[in-house]
Design a protein around this ligand. Structure first.
Ligand code: PLP
Length: 400
């Protein structure tokens, strides 16, 4: 069981009179991660990989250790399989730009994807004429596996799917989707932006080919994230950028790329952020991902129970809390979601997010929502009391 009281002590920002329910956009950062970053700036601030002096050696060692921590955290066999990038978006773009797309290829994705895992594929279609097929779900965000079976065929090259929706909070059956894709020889890219922070993720057990994730949504610094690339994909996955740091050799006429992950990390990387992300992985591992899942379910239960009892409130996504993480989006009758979020901030000291949450296809196809909705998203430091405060605030706003 998660000791939330003691976890909250690691987040001094929570001493402010403010309830943070916007972790799906970006999580808070514990003191351990802040200190680890500071340790770099105060103790050994130097560039990595290219220096013999002691600070550069220490920076390089910490930077590499962070790769190891991140690899361990997602069950990757080695640090060579995890490129440290800025965020999920960069990881997805790396995959989209690294493949030799043809007109005859087909990409299968879903209607609930974040724009980062959607417009990337529309751009591949624009550039190469590649076919893009979009699998739909019902209004609760529940997908039929039969629809994935129908969409994925022998022409399918890539299936790009999120693990968890950032709008509906629903958990996708990615293991089954990966199995269907592999039966047809298609690769799978999982958008782990919302999944990795909340659900124990093991890339080897899943058998996924690519997994993109954001460090800043899992207690790490902003500007940190990663892309897992399965061993068999490394030879055919080109870096997004090349230059300093990515080469083994260069001559007047040619160059040889370095071994991974270096070949994917061009230029001076976000050293402090990557080191911070390694510490965030350590923190989450210590807290226990199974404990986090359990706490998430408790908060999801309370969120759904409380919001669904308020007259005039519509909730989006699965009704069963077991099918989602601790995140709920809602609207209050005819109220503009931005006004609701602003009132929650100004009058009730609660941070939520309003709008389309970078998921316009979902908003348009499933709900015809022009203004989007309000999202309350939790993490391991949130309490049931905080959820109760949100619920009574929404109740009062709905009555007014
Ligand atoms: C499901 C999902 N995918 C991708 C992203 C993009 O993440 P980032 O902004 O860290 O690249 C987000 C961010 O909210 C997300 O929720």
């Amino acid at each position: 069981m998660l000791d939330v009281k003691s976890i909250r002590k690691d987040f001094p920002i929570l001493e402010q009179d403010f309830i943070y329910l916007d972790s799906a956009a970006s999580s808070l950062t514990p003191e351990q991660v802040v200190l680890k970053e500071m340790e770099f700036y105060r103790g050994y601030r130097a560039n990595v990989e290219r220096g013999v002096h002691r600070w550069s050696q220490e920076a390089s060692e910490e930077y590499e250790n962070a790769h190891e921590e991140a690899a361990k955290f997602i069950g990757a066999p080695s640090k060579a399989n995890v490129a440290m990038l800025r965020n999920t978006t960069e990881g997805i773009n790396l995959v989209a730009n690294s493949q030799d797309w043809k007109k005859t290829d087909k990409i299968v994705t879903s209607v609930i994807e974040h724009h980062s895992n959607f417009i990337t594929w529309l751009r591949v279609r624009q550039r190469y004429g590649t076919k893009v097929d979009v699998v739909r779900c019902d209004t609760e965000g529940i997908f039929e596996l039969a629809d994935w079976e129908k969409a994925i065929d022998d022409d399918t090259t890539l299936v790009a799917v999120t693990h968890v929706s950032n709008v509906l909070g629903c958990i996708m059956p990615i293991k089954e989707i990966i199995e269907i894709a592999h039966e047809h020889g298609a690769k799978v890219l999982v958008d782990g932006a919302q999944g990795v922070p909340h659900i124990e993720t093991d890339v080897m057990k899943l058998g996924v080919d690519f997994l993109a994730f954001s460090g800043h949504k899992m207690l790490g610094p902003t500007g940190s994230g990663g892309l897992y690339i399965a061993e068999h994909e490394i030879p055919t996955t080109e870096p997004l950028c090349i230059g300093g740091g990515t080469i083994a050799d260069v001559s007047i006429d040619d160059y040889v790329l370095a071994v991974p992950p270096m070949k994917y990390e061009a230029g001076t990387p976000a050293i402090a952020q990557v080191i911070g992300l390694g510490e965030a992985c350590r923190y989450l591992t210590k807290a226990g991902m199974k404990n986090i899942e359990e706490w998430d379910l408790k908060l999801a239960n309370r969120l759904l129970d409380g919001l669904s009892e308020i007259p005039g409130v519509e909730i989006y996504g699965p009704k069963d809390p077991k099918q989602r993480v601790g995140l709920a989006t809602f609207n209050i009758e005819d109220m503009n979601p931005h006004d609701v979020a602003l009132t929650l901030d100004m009058e009730y000291d609660v941070a939520t997010r309003s709008g389309h949450h970078c998921a316009l296809p979902l908003m348009k196809e499933l709900y015809q929502l022009n203004q989007g909705n309000v999202r309350a998203s939790t993490y391991l430091y949130n309490t049931v009391e905080e959820i109760d405060h949100l619920i009574s605030a929404v109740e009062e706003i709905a009555k007014s």
